[in-house]
Design a protein around this ligand. Structure first.
Ligand code: ZN
Length: 147
């Protein structure tokens, strides 16, 4: 993917993020994340059903990188199983941290493959993913407690 394609996808998801707006539904798990080194504040909600992410929504105030990353994460992860989501999450974090990663699982979230060179933007891009990580961990712990 060249720099222009990257910019286009990021801009599209910043201007028209998918699934913006929360719903009042108690069956969703929620996570709030904020980044004190930027304006970013993302409220995330996820509906998990039968081991799958069936819906993800968000709201909040965030910069272009953070908003687009949230939108791309939502687009990529809806419909994925929790195991698949976990793999994508790990690979995405590895990419942002400049480590080795598997590009095949990342779909369009690959647009941030040069962020590792911009340390001050890393947190913006990772913020929504940390929120989702929190939700997935809570789900796992909840499952363990049921046993
Ligand atoms: Zn930011």
């Amino acid at each position: 993917m060249d720099a222009n394609q990257r910019r286009e996808i990021i801009l599209k998801h910043y201007q028209n993020p998918v699934h913006r707006g929360l719903v009042s539904d108690e069956t969703y798990r929620k996570a709030d994340t904020s980044n004190e080194s930027c304006i970013d504040e993302v409220h995330l909600m996820a509906k998990l059903e039968n081991g799958r992410i069936v819906d993800l929504r968000f709201d909040g105030e965030a910069c272009a990188m953070c908003t687009s990353s949230t939108s791309l994460m939502i687009q990529t992860l809806i419909g994925k199983t929790l195991e698949e989501a976990e793999v994508i999450l790990q690979q995405f974090e590895a990419m942002i941290e400049g480590e080795e990663y598997d590009a095949n699982v990342l779909e369009d979230t690959i647009v941030y493959d040069d962020i590792a060179k911009q340390p001050n933007r890393k947190k913006c891009v990772l913020l929504p993913w940390w929120g989702l990580e929190k939700i997935l961990n809570e789900e796992k712990e909840g499952k363990q407690n049921e046993r």
